[in-house]
Design a protein around this ligand. Structure first.
Ligand code: GTQ
Length: 345
């Protein structure tokens, strides 16, 4: 590259020569900075239990280990737009009420007897449940059970902060008052096809506060005899907003999929970035030539536009994956692209 003196003068004037940046600014196709990665449950759980003994919830507002993509450390994120963390709370503990504009949800891994209160409603937790905490909703956590409670946290703060739209507020007391019946949001909309007609949609989020694992199992069982599923995803279900039939949050789509024993998925890539969590079973996902082996309660990252395919390595048991992606954002902005692709290896 020539270094004519005139180039040195440009930054001082706040200008730059486009011709020297063009290829990076307008790549032929996306190259995610994120890398494919697995966070193994057997490595995470001992660390969570360690901090549950050594760190109080007065010292930390939330006791969470962030799942940081090795290529996205500053600011930390799991994939380009989304975050995952593992949170532990002990019997008798409470976690301070607060709210933020980032949308959040929890997917419960282990334990019972805890709830999160979201805008005045206690939402109870059981393994496999998906609990929504829409942006700007007050939320605090309470654990009344008798063993540690662990869940996966998901937030869209990497996106919200990139958009410079992050706000945060602490509630003036530790816990907010309870003003609605327990689990009202999930009970009123449980059926999805029989919705309370005296209510009208409020905001862009699903009114369902808790998608129970029992409902998910019922949905799988109900279609078990006839579902062909997809060659890429197996029997895949999307959690929906009963008002719209669309994704549960404006920025995040949540899905759950069953891979039959020996399933060998077709390869695909899409612009959406995805985080997977293994509900049960064992298998592998090949991502751009990297093999991510996974087992129950592991979490793994598939960057946007990476080619990937799923394998269920068991010949006798189903594998079940929960996942979330930024596909609603891609769709809303006209940026969603999806095509068959071979991840090789
Ligand atoms: O439980 O409210 O993992 O505010 C990150 C930010 C959990 C929470 C996280 C949060 C929370």
């Amino acid at each position: 590259m020539t270094t004519e003196p005139v180039y040195d003068e440009l930054p001082r004037h706040g200008v730059a020569p486009l011709w020297r940046y063009y290829g990076n600014l307008f790549p032929a196709q996306p190259r995610s900075r994120a890398v494919p990665f697995v966070w193994a449950w057997h490595d995470m759980r001992p660390h969570l239990l360690h901090f549950s003994k050594t760190l109080s919830l007065d010292e930390a507002e939330r006791r969470v280990l962030m799942l940081v993509n090795p290529a996205l450390t500053e600011p930390p994120a799991t994939v380009n737009t989304l975050y995952a963390g593992l949170q532990v709370i002990l019997p008798g503990e409470t976690a301070q009420a607060h709210r933020h504009t980032s949308n959040a949800f929890r997917f419960i891994i282990e334990g019972s007897g805890a709830w999160t209160t979201v805008d005045g409603e206690r939402v109870h937790m059981s393994p496999g449940d998906l609990l929504l905490t829409p942006g700007w909703a007050w939320h605090d956590h309470t654990h009344a059970g008798d063993a540690p409670m662990i869940w996966l946290d998901a937030l869209d703060y990497p996106l919200v902060n990139a958009l410079e739209a992050g706000f945060y507020e602490k509630y003036p007391e530790r816990l907010q008052p309870v003003t609605r019946p327990d689990d009202a949001g999930s009970r009123q909309f449980l059926h999805g096809r029989l919705n309370p007609a005296w209510q009208s949609p409020q905001g862009p989020n699903s009114p369902v506060t808790r998608y129970t694992w029992a409902e998910t199992e019922r949905a799988f069982d109900a279609i078990a005899d006839s579902a062909e599923g997809s060659d890429v995803d197996g029997i895949v279900l999307e959690y929906t907003n009963p008002w719209t039939g669309g994704p549960v949050m404006p920025t995040i789509s949540c899905r759950v999929q069953k891979l039959r024993p020996g399933f060998e998925g077709a390869g695909r890539r899409h612009t959406a970035s995805t985080i997977f969590h293994v509900v049960r079973g064992e298998g592998a996902t090949i991502v751009d030539g990297t093999r991510l082996d996974w087992a129950q309660h592991d979490t793994f990252a598939v960057p946007g536009w990476a080619a990937y395919r799923h394998l269920n390595t068991s010949t006798s048991a189903d594998a079940v994956l929960f996942s979330y992606s930024d596909q609603p954002v891609m769709n809303a902005l006209g940026l969603y692209r999806c095509e068959p692709a071979d991840p090789a290896a």
